[in-house]
Design a protein around this ligand. Structure first.
Ligand code: GLN
Length: 284
């Protein structure tokens, strides 16, 4: 006898909590997202229909998704999407899953672009296009150039750009600065890889399934941040800003790199967890 949805999901939540070292709240969200996706409904539907059973086809789709999750695969890859800055983005294992803390980088960028400003914006390492699209959609007068070295990532960003009907974004294949179009920007943004190669975090949880090239950057995790910061002055207009996401313990190192590269007004902003997460510098 199949279980009603409430009971079905409660049992799977317990299973996930045990097997994946998740909090009950995290496991609950996971099973609800997987079940809603399998049933082709919004999450609230599951609550309103908790005393019914899942239709057999949906139940079988859901069981397959749950098995993938139990083997550690991130929910975003299983359902093929993740929300970021209020937009639904398609994601797959070719791109980093957008993180909520990265919305801070978008907030800071938007705070420096007037609503109808024709600002020239560059994003380095765009992945799914999350940051570039959030900026482009909120500032239709701006032009956003988003680069990535991975063609597979650019395909995903292109698909997201089409789905979200962004008209003011250009996607370019470039290994950091190598193929950036020769022009000066008002704003340069990046959430580069910044985890130290040997960090045990890379061998745990969801990140094991994400592209290592989007996560790890040399012995101290600062290789790409160093490269970005040292070149950025050549690509910024006077008065332009460089804004970078980094690890919670890299604020001092990134500020020091920005100061050494000649940036002024060097400042670090805290994410919602109160951790140093984004540092900015202004070209004089
Ligand atoms: N913040 C991510 C994590 O800790 C890493 C993202 C990145 O390296 N840019 O998993």
């Amino acid at each position: 006898m199949p279980l009603v949805i409430t009971e079905h999901l409660r049992q799977d939540q317990a299973l996930l909590t045990q097997q994946l070292d998740l909090t009950p709240a995290e496991a609950r969200l996971d099973v609800h997202v997987l079940a809603a996706h399998a049933c082709g409904v919004e999450r609230v539907w599951l609550l309103a229909h908790g005393d019914e059973c899942m239709p057999p086809a949906s139940a079988s789709h859901y069981e397959q998704s749950l098995a993938r999750r139990l083997s550690g695969e991130p929910v975003a890859y299983i359902v093929g999407m993740r929300e970021f800055y209020g937009h639904r983005l398609m994601v797959n294992a070719d791109v980093l899953i957008p993180r909520p803390e990265t919305e801070l980088l978008v907030d800071l960028a938007l705070a420096r672009i007037e609503p109808d400003d024709a600002a020239q914006v560059l994003e380095l390492g765009t992945g799914s296009g999350a940051i570039a699209l959030a900026v482009a959609l909120a500032r239709p007068g701006a032009r956003v150039c988003a680069v990535d070295k991975s063609i597979a990532a650019l395909h995903m960003a292109q698909e997201n750009s089409r789905q979200l009907a962004a008209l003011n974004i250009d996607l370019v294949q470039s290994d950091w600065w190598a193929q950036v179009p020769p022009q000066r920007f008002d704003l340069i943004l990046s959430n580069p890889p910044y985890i130290a190669e040997q960090d045990p975090h890379l061998k745990q949880g969801d990140v094991r399934f994400e592209p290592l090239s989007a996560l790890a950057a040399g012995q101290d995790g600062l290789d790409d941040l160093r490269h970005i910061i040292s070149e950025a002055p050549n690509w910024l207009k006077a008065g332009g800003w460089l804004m970078l996401e980094h690890g919670y313990d890299q604020g001092a190192a990134v500020r020091s790199l920005l100061n050494s590269a000649g940036f002024a007004v060097v400042e670090t902003h805290l994410d919602l967890a109160g951790l140093e997460r984004v540092s900015c510098g202004r070209k004089t």
